[in-house]
Structures are given as C-alpha cells and as structure tokens.
Write a protein that binds this ligand. Structure first.
Ligand code: AMP
Length: 231
C-alpha cells in the first residue's frame, strides 16, 4: 500500500469536508455498530466502511505484507498500527468516490466548472485510538461527529457469544472478547472523551432492540446533519 509512506508526512487532508461527509461510528464490541450501519446504508445512502472488515480482508489477501501482523493483533484484541488502517480506509473511500454508480451525488464547482463528487461515509470501528483520530482528520478529512453506541458490557458479551456460534470470527470467543473489552475501555474510550470535549459526540443508548436503536439514531442524525444530508 503506497499510501502508507505518503500518509506519514501528509499534513493537509486529501478530501474536503464540503465534498465528503464522514461520521465515525464507535461503541464497544457487540454494541451493534454494524447492524445500525447496515440500516443507515439501506435507508439513507451512506457508504459503510468497517475498519475491522477492511483489516480482515487485507489479512486474507494473498501476498499481503500485513497479513500476519493483522491476524496477530485481531486475535489478541489489539489495535492494528494506524498507518495500515488509515491507508485501507483512504483507499476504499477513493475507490467508492471514483465509482460511477457510487452512493454519491455530484455537484459542479462554480469556479472551475469541475465535476466534484460528494460522498457520505460511515466509518465504523474507527478511530479506536487517539493517534488514529488525529492523523485521519489531519491527513484524510475532518469528520462531522462521532456516533457513539453505548451499551453495558454484560449485554455486549451476551451478543458476541451468541454471534460467535455462527460468525466464524476468530475473536468471538470468551478470551478474545475479554481482551477486546479491555482495549475498548483503555484505548478507545479516551477517543470518545476527546471528541466529547469538542461537543462532537452523539450518544445513543444501544441496549434496546435494533429497531428502537435505529429510530433514536435517525432522530439524532437528522438533528446533527439536517440540511438534506440525511436524505
Ligand atoms: P471489529 O470488527 O470492529 O469488532 O474489529 C475486530 C478487530 O479488528 C479489533 O479487535 C482490532 O484488533 C481490529 N481493529 C478494528 N478496527 C480497528 C482500528 N480502527 N484500528 C486498529 N485495529 C482495529
């Protein structure tokens, strides 16, 4: 991934927030981020990028130089180094923005007459560590806000163990789940606190059933995005 070298020194975002709307989606493992994102994609035309899914795909890609490193981190519930994750996200965003049938609309810049694409992205399971948050906003694009799904650990554990019966995921077992919870509390909650201090967190109670959580999500997004962006 050539973007990795290029990322290290980049100090200005490659996308403009006027063209690209990014909402970070956070919550503990099993909080239901993926379920809610699927619904938002179906109803509101977001593109959904899951950091975990992108990492798993890269791990399975033949000849990936990062396969072993990613596998090791995922199994231990650890945060994969940020350059890898951000490069994968940026490459996916670019690919989606370049697709002719992408979930995007086009606008014409009055000054240049250039066609510019607009995209709406839910970035799920990211940023999970403060350095990722800072680097992504500095080098890729500033996000609108964080959608934070708040759920008690006992309920998340119940959901993950249930999912583990059929998911085939190497980290949906009791030991990995415990490590993932620890990582979430120690490393990812400081990210939520960081955005909270900037009044950029939309907190949703993720304990109820998915329909109810979705209703609350739509209501909050409408308030925050409004202006046709939720469409
Ligand atoms: P998830 O699919 O969101 O439950 O993520 C599964 C695993 O992928 C995590 O436990 C981490 O090991 C890794 N991972 C997911 N998102 C990130 C991220 N933003 N940064 C680094 N590692 C991640």
């Amino acid at each position: 991934m050539s973007t990795i070298d290029n990322l290290k020194d980049r100090k200005t975002p490659v996308f403009s927030p006027e063209d690209v709307t990014v909402v970070f989606v956070l919550g503990g493992p099993g909080a239901g981020k993926g379920t809610q994102c699927e619904r938002l994609v179906a109803r509101h035309g977001f593109a959904h990028l899951s950091a975990g899914d992108l990492l798993r795909a890269e791990q399975s890609r033949p000849n990936s130089q990062f396969g072993d490193l990613i596998r090791d981190h995922i199994r231990n519930g650890l945060i994969v180094p940020m350059e890898v994750t951000i490069a994968l996200l940026e490459a996916s965003m670019r690919q989606i923005l370049d697709e002719p049938t992408a979930v995007t609309s086009t606008s014409t810049s009055t000054q240049t007459g250039d066609k510019k694409k607009k995209g709406k992205f839910l970035i799920d399971g990211f940023p999970r560590k403060l350095d990722q948050a800072i680097k992504f906003e500095e080098a890729v694009v500033p996000a609108q806000f964080v959608l934070f799904y708040d759920c008690p650990e006992a309920e998340m554990e119940r959901r993950l163990l249930e999912r583990g019966k059929t998911s085939g995921r190497e980290d949906d077992n009791a030991e990995s789940i415990r490590k993932r919870f620890r990582t979430f509390i120690e490393t990812s909650m400081p990210v939520v606190d960081y955005f909270e201090k900037q009044d950029r967190v939309v907190k949703i109670d993720a304990t109820p059933a998915p329909d109810q959580v979705f209703e609350a999500t739509e209501k909050e997004l409408e308030k925050r995005l409004g202006g046709g962006k939720l469409a």
